[in-house]
Design a protein around this ligand. Structure first.
Ligand code: 26Y
Length: 823
């Protein structure tokens, strides 16, 4: 149990080399005299995995012994990226591994590159879940993540002639060394069929029996999550679907053996692919199956673990907290009710009391098109018992509204979990999550305020105490220490301590050096190193050598109208036009820019795909224009993902966070950029507002209307004067300056003629002025460097350690459980 205090596996260079060579020979079955970079990676990964398993076993044994309250983070997405460097860093063994590998003839840098990203998420929400795991482990919290082991992660984006093409991401091809298959941890998950009712017992209580029409097996895969320099190793348990052994034996006796096998294979399709759409809800049956599959396996697992140590359910709320990452795992609510009532014979009142004490829920968006509403007919067909329970929950909830809150009529209908629409009856998942959760939170102060005033207004009126804010954060281990070692070293040297890696507030200590010229020179030096890496990446993808003196101006995130990449490119078009109209003499004063844009469009999101084509078209025209030369370059970086972010973010000078105020719930890349000394040009939206509070508005380039002005401006869109520069940029595209004019018409239509839902035209002038300020401040290197230093210095609040600490204290009521030796 206490071997972690006295590890069996040694971390000296020779022991590490022995273990690497051992894995080359016996795990990979390659010759120990001849292996390539990829094999070196797999062998080193397996050697590190051994060390993780040791910690994992000790941590889990310790938790079983202590039996504290645990927290489970339920999420349909975990956007993990690579694990190798992260695990090395958190275990504090980068240096010996580097030496071990180089002694064997391998460069750490090349070995690392052989790892493929685990991209089991779309964007912000999935990456947040991954940052949270890192922080939970680092804070020694008794925490597990639960999700799905998709065989195909986020698609690979290939850009061909400017058009996005989606390619499957079969990330498991050569095996994934960071997971541990648990063939004995399996649960049956049921679908379809019908419910029968039996009167039973002396109390005459009804007994509901769900006779399923289909059953699949969920198999656990554990992914160890090491904390930074703590003995704790948390767990991410991902479920894979396998055909069920016992079920439908009947089918095999009908004579059609081959079709029966093929039928069985269908079970596996449940976990085959991540849905790549992160903002428009589509009521696809397979997606609902995925959600139920994940929560059913998870709840069976959690209940089994609890029952191993407790004879009844009385202590369940003192031992279990579950966080729902958006509404995607909300079916966990009726599933827990079903398990308690139908499988453990608890009554409704006790089951409901338990359920409402264990669940809490995070909302990540106010955009109506992203809110999940499942057709009652579909839920009824797939999960008949769950639909009954949802009806019961709703009925009791509506009773309560009438009796305790005097609500009736339309208002009652507005709050109902089940709503009648033109497409039939729907289950509003956010309302179900809200009714059953003890706490709901938004992800930045502004967003948490907005949900109380808009989508959850009526609920806030009756349950104001349910609502909280938990401003997002990111892990400084991955997003500063690991991805930017030169900057990390400068920070450590300057502060005289490495403690910022777990106490990010200490970055404040950089403030006093912000104007120190010698320090500024060092700062400029490390920024240059990071820019060189980014420039090399651009060289690899375009063949171009970019101007290192240029502002590296970056916008990387999913492509969406509300994020306004279109507005960015319109300003680039104007900049291009302006340079073209200048005399050679005037051009000497132009501040050079390298504009970098990256991000994936949901495969069915037509306008987003046209935006990608537009960026590519502008890029092509601008980059080959010899008159413009290196005063302006534009690149679309294909296949933006976690690993590319780790190069792009440190190498940027300026980052764009330009969503229409009130639309971006938080944003998290804004925090990563700030940590890495990149200046923000952005709107007062999401977490930008709090970032401005921390690093000072004067150190950012803030523009645009306030969220509170947006609804009224939207009303007036038709009558507003269109900014002439906006019109000019739009006309250039329309007139075919970049080719493909007809193809861009739908895009142009979306922002003209009184449409422009996201107010691009309205914010454009203010945006251009902010861009002017960027140029003028860049000219004064000292001013820019000072702001860059202050950005990093002010980013301490945005550590996910702070966020997780708040969740643990205010919502989960769980405490750190650092393993310690016996008394
Ligand atoms: C239901 C389905 C269509 C769906 C799938 C994924 C809906 C939403 C999502 C993902 C949403 C998401 O990534 N939201 C982002 O969450 C981040 C973490 O809180 C925020 O920083 C960011 O502003 C928000 O857009």
């Amino acid at each position: 149990l206490y071997s972690l205090l006295d590890s069996y596996l040694k971390n000296d260079v020779v022991s590490i080399q022995e273990s690497i060579v051992h894995h080359v020979e016996f795990t990979l079955a390659r010759s120990r005299y001849k292996f390539d970079n990829r094999e070196a990676y797999f062998a080193a990964a397996h050697s590190l995995r051994d060390r993780l398993i040791e910690r994992w076993n000790d941590t889990q044994a310790w938790l079983k012994y202590k039996d504290p309250k645990r927290v489970y983070y339920l999420s349909m997405e975990f956007l993990m990226g690579r694990t190798f460097l992260n695990a090395l860093h958190n275990l504090g063994v980068i240096a010996p591994y580097q030496e071990a590998l180089s002694g064997l003839g391998y460069e750490m840098e090349n070995v690392q590159q052989a790892e493929r990203d685990a991209a089991l998420g779309n964007g912000g929400l999935g990456r947040l879940a991954s940052c949270f795991l890192d922080s939970m482990a680092t804070l020694n919290l008794p925490a597990w993540g639960y999700g799905i082991r998709y065989e195909y992660g986020m698609f690979r984006q290939v850009v061909s002639e400017g058009f996005q093409k989606e390619q499957p991401d079969y990330w498991l091809t050569f095996g994934y060394p960071w997971e541990i298959e648990r063939p004995h941890v399996t649960y049956p998950v049921k679908f379809y069929g019908h419910v029968s009712v039996h009167e039973e017992g002396s109390d005459g209580r009804q007994n509901f029996v769900w006779n399923a029409g289909e059953e699949v097996t969920a198999v656990a895969y554990d992914n160890p999550i090491p904390g930074f320099k703590t003995p704790t190793c948390a767990n991410l348990r991902l479920w894979a679907a396998k055909p069920c052994q016992e079920f439908d034996l009947e089918a095999f006796n009908t004579g059609d053996y081959v079709s029966s096998i093929i039928d069985k294979q269908k079970a596996e399709t449940i976990t085959s692919v991540l849905y790549p759409d992160d903002k428009t809800f589509e009521g696809k049956e397979l997606r609902l199956k995925q959600q139920h599959f994940m929560v059913s396996a998870t709840l069976q697992d959690i209940v089994r673990r609890y029952k191993e140590q407790h004879k009844d359910f009385d202590a369940f709320p003192e031992k279990v907290a579950m966080q729902l990452n958006d509404t995607h795992p909300t079916l966990g609510i009726p599933e827990l009710m079903r398990i308690l009532m139908d499988e453990n014979r608890l009554g409704w009142t006790q089951s409901w009391d338990i359920t409402t004490k264990v669940f809490s829920f995070t909302n990540h968006t106010v955009l109506p098109e992203a809110l999940e509403q499942w057709p009652v007919s579909l839920v009824e067909k797939l999960l008949p018992r769950h639909m009954q329970i949802i009806y019961d929950i709703n009925w009791r909830f509506l009773q309560e509204l009438q009796q305790n809150h005097g609500i009736s009529g339309d208002k009652l209908g507005n709050m109902s979990i089940i709503v009648d629409t033109e497409y039939g009856k729907m289950v509003r998942m956010a309302y179900l999550a809200l009714v059953a959760s003890h706490t709901v939170n938004g992800v930045a102060a502004m967003h948490s305020k907005l949900i109380k005033e808009t989508i959850f207004k009526d609920f806030n009126a009756i349950w104001p105490e349910k609502f909280q804010n938990k401003t997002n954060g990111v892990t400084q281990r991955r997003w500063l220490a690991q991805c930017n070692p030169p900057l990390a070293k400068l920070i450590t040297d300057t502060l005289g301590t490495e403690a910022w890696v777990t106490h990010l507030d200490l970055l404040q200590g950089l403030r006093e050096h912000a104007e120190d010229e010698e320090f500024q020179q060092k700062w400029a030096g490390v920024k240059k190193e990071a820019k060189v890496k980014l420039a090399n990446m651009i060289k690899d993808l375009s063949g171009d050598e970019v101007n290192m003196e240029a502002i590296f101006d970056v916008q990387v995130k999913r492509i969406h109208e509300y994020k306004r990449q279109f507005m960015n490119i319109l300003s680039v078009v104007l900049r291009y036009d302006r340079i073209k109209s200048m005399s050679p003499e005037e051009r000497k004063d132009v501040v050079p820019r390298v504009v970098i844009i990256g991000g994936k469009a949901a495969p069915g999101y037509d306008l987003a795909k046209r935006i990608i084509k537009l960026i590519s078209a502008v890029s092509e025209t601008v980059n080959k224009d010899s008159e413009v030369g290196d005063l302006l370059k534009v690149y679309f970086v294909p296949d933006y993902n976690v690993s590319l972010a780790e190069v792009i973010i440190p190498g940027s000078d300026l980052n764009q966070q330009i969503s229409t105020a009130g639309t971006e719930a938080s944003g998290t890349s804004n925090m990563k950029f700030a940590m890495n000394g990149s200046l923000i040009i952005g709107t007062m939206d999401g977490a930008n507002v709090e970032i401005a509070e921390e690093i000072g508005e004067e150190n950012m380039f803030i523009f645009g209307v306030d969220a509170k002005e947006v609804p009224e401006l939207r009303e007036q869109r038709e009558y507003l004067q269109v900014d002439p520069q906006f019109q000019h940029a739009v006309n250039m595209i329309k007139n075919g300056h970049f080719g493909w004019n007809d193809y861009f018409n739908p895009l142009i239509d979306s922002v003209t003629g009184g449409r422009d839902w996201y107010l691009l035209a309205n914010d454009f002038n203010s945006y251009l002025q902010a861009q002017e300020r960027v140029d003028s401040e860049w000219r004064d290197k000292k001013v820019w460097l000072k702001k860059s230093i202050l950005s990093t210095a002010g980013s301490g609040k945005f550590s996910s350690d702070r966020t997780i600490h708040e969740y643990a204290e205010d919502i989960w009521k769980v405490e750190p459980q650092p393993p310690s030796p016996p008394e």
